[in-house]
Structures are given as structure tokens and as C-alpha cells.
Design a protein around this ligand. Structure first.
Ligand SMILES: [Zn+2]
Length: 331
């Protein structure tokens, strides 16, 4: 096995007022999800003439995108694709509305995500239940017209002006319709939520991580198999949605997989001993998050960690009721 090199966030320069450029031609914008800085970002990849957006963030990010693109000198007409890893609002909420401003763009997404883009109603109700009072801060999610959405099959290739090439990899687990995009020329993965979230801490070289197990459809074994598939690509770097550019990829992947496996084990142990979610959340504090936060507020990091522990716990219970998990106490 390759020895673990220290994981680090790639420093970035400003390009345009709001777009950061950690690698030439690869820019990201903080989408200020629910007004929280440092939580979620979307990417623009520039080709010779055209560009591709990966993840839009929530509806509230649309005006920010339009002015950031203008300031960076990227014309609205030059955006060919909006690639979405999945339809959760922090990744895809602004896609329908952005299409109205980007006349040549098509949305590319896993086939099973399409119906939610055409009719976001169910998704929006789910998000309301999760975010409660904060829901309004996400902005609205407008439907996208079906004739501008392209289903992406596993292995599909998307070319950008002959200088960049994105390979679609289906990665169920966070949601059944999750996909990541492997950019072959830089060997970087746009990971969406397939590898969880990494946030830089206040000191260089330190970071906090939150696994990407999500309610209600998250599936932990599938999530782990998808991580293994990403590892097989032998990527160099991770273009994360949460948050920024990280390298080396193998350290990121190793940490992401280890953390989910530990959380899963913890949930099963606590369940077997008759414990509760509270106990999981207390004991998970040692596995999740960790370092003093940098850009992301501490409260947000804690909220995320508790929610993920709860999602993992609910998965274990769901599985057990499906009789997939033999519990000694129930035999
Ligand atoms: Zn997310």
C-alpha cells in the first residue's frame, strides 16, 4: 500500500471577485449555502472557448454565479454543460434557474436524478423538513425543462474543447443516483458527496471531515463500494463540493473510507448493546470533525456531524428491520 502523504487543501488565488482558482482553468465559488461561508462550493472548468459548471449550489447562489462569471470574463453563452453529482439542493438547487440565463447549457446528471429536476416538489418538501426555518435561505428551486437535461450513463465521456475530458462514474451510496466526474487531464475527481466533506482548519495542515451518509436513502455498503471505485481511478486530486481542492487524493479517499467504516461499526456496536442515538453522537465526536475550524463556523461543523451520525444510525436500524443484520440480542 502507498504510504499516506499528509492531506492538504490547495491554496487558491482570486480570479474575478468571487471565483478562486487553485489550478489554472479550475475555479470555484463559495455558494454561501444558507448564508454559511465555507460550507459548499460549485466549480467552473474553462476550455479554449467553452466552459463547464460542476454543481450550482442552491437557488440563492444563482445571482452570485451570474455576476462572478461576468467578473471573470466567462460569457453566459460559453457554458456548455452544468454537471450535477446529485439533486440535493446544496448541489443542484440553482440548476433550473441557471439554465434560463445560460442559453447553450445542458444539464448532465444520473438518469435517476432527472425526474427531480423536472419536478422538484418532493425534493423541496424533504429539504423543508430537514432545514426548517433555514429553508428560506436556500432560495427557490425552479424546475428544469426536460429537453435540456441529458442522462449520463456510467462511463460516458464529456469533452471540453478537446482540452479537458470528464468521465462519468456512477457512485450510489449518498443517494442512489449519485455520480462523480473524473477529469482525465488533471486526474481530479469532482466528488460531490461521495467522499464526504473536508474543511480546512484554522492551522495549516489541519482539517475536519464529515462523512457523507445522508437521510433518507443513504446506503453505507454502497457508499463504501463507490469509494473503492473512485480509488481504482488512481486520482491525483479531489475537487470537493465541501470544500475546495485537496491533494493527494489517495489520502483524502483513505480518510473518507476509514471514517465511514468506523461510524458504521460504532452504530452497530451501540445498537447491539441497547444504546441510543445520543450515545452514538457522543462517541462519534472522536471520529468526526475534530480540528478547530477555519472558514466554516464550529456550530455548522457540529450540526453536520450530528446529522451524519443520525443518518448512519437510521440506516443501521432500517437494515435491521429488513432482517439484513443479525442482532445477537434478538435471536
Ligand atoms: Zn452536499
Amino acid at each position: 500500500m502507498k504510504s499516506m502523504e499528509a492531506l492538504r487543501e490547495k491554496p487558491f488565488t482570486l480570479s474575478g471577485e468571487d471565483l478562486h482558482e487553485p489550478v489554472p482553468g479550475f475555479l470555484f465559488m463559495d455558494t454561501l449555502d444558507r448564508g454559511v461561508a465555507g460550507y459548499a462550493c460549485g466549480w467552473v472548468v474553462k476550455g479554449r472557448r467553452n466552459s463547464i459548471l460542476v454543481e450550482t449550489g442552491a437557488g440563492a447562489a444563482v445571482p452570485m454565479w451570474l455576476s462572478a462569471l461576468d467578473r471573470a470574463g466567462i460569457s453566459h453563452e460559453s457554458i456548455e454543460w452544468i454537471l450535477l453529482t446529485h439533486v440535493h439542493l446544496d448541489h443542484a438547487g440553482g440548476a433550473g434557474e441557471l439554465l434560463r440565463h445560460l442559453p447553450n447549457a445542458r444539464i448532465g446528471i444520473h438518469p435517476d436524478g432527472i425526474r427531480h429536476l423536472i419536478d422538484p416538489q418532493r425534493l423541496v418538501s424533504q429539504a423543508k423538513a430537514v432545514w426548517k426555518d433555514d429553508f428560506a435561505l436556500l432560495g427557490s428551486m425552479l424546475p428544469a425543462p426536460a429537453d435540456r437535461i441529458v442522462p449520463l450513463a456510467d462511463g460516458d465521456l464529456i469533452d471540453l474543447d478537446g482540452v479537458r475530458r470528464f468521465r462519468v462514474i456512477h457512485t450510489p451510496g449518498h443517494t442512489p443516483h449519485h455520480a462523480v466526474f473524473f477529469e482525465e487531464t488533471t486526474r481530479g475527481v469532482f466528488s460531490g458527496d461521495a467522499l464526504g466533506a473536508f474543511f480546512s482548519a484554522s492551522k495549516p495542515g489541519l482539517f475536519s471531515t464529515v462523512p457523507g451518509i445522508s437521510p433518507p436513502l443513504g446506503d453505507i455498503p454502497e457508499y463504501l463500494s463507490s469509494i473503492a471505485r473512485i480509488a481504482e481511478l488512481r486520482p491525483q486530486c479531489i475537487y470537493a463540493a465541501h470544500f475546495g481542492l485537496w491533494e493527494p487524493a489517495h489520502s483524502f479517499i483513505h480518510i473518507a473510507a476509514g471514517q465511514v467504516a468506523l461510524l458504521w461499526k460504532l452504530c452497530r456496536e451501540v445498537r447491539r448493546s441497547g444504546g441510543t442515538l445520543k450515545e452514538v453522537q457522543c462517541r462519534a465526536a472522536g471520529i468526526l470533525a475534530g480540528s478547530p475550524p477555519g472558514r466554516l463556523p464550529q456550530a455548522e461543523l457540529e450540526r453536520s456531524s450530528l446529522a451524519m451520525a443520525e443518518a448512519a444510525w437510521n440506516f443501521v436500524i432500517r437494515r435491521e428491520t429488513r432482517n439484513d443484520l443479525a442482532l445477537p440480542s434478538r435471536r
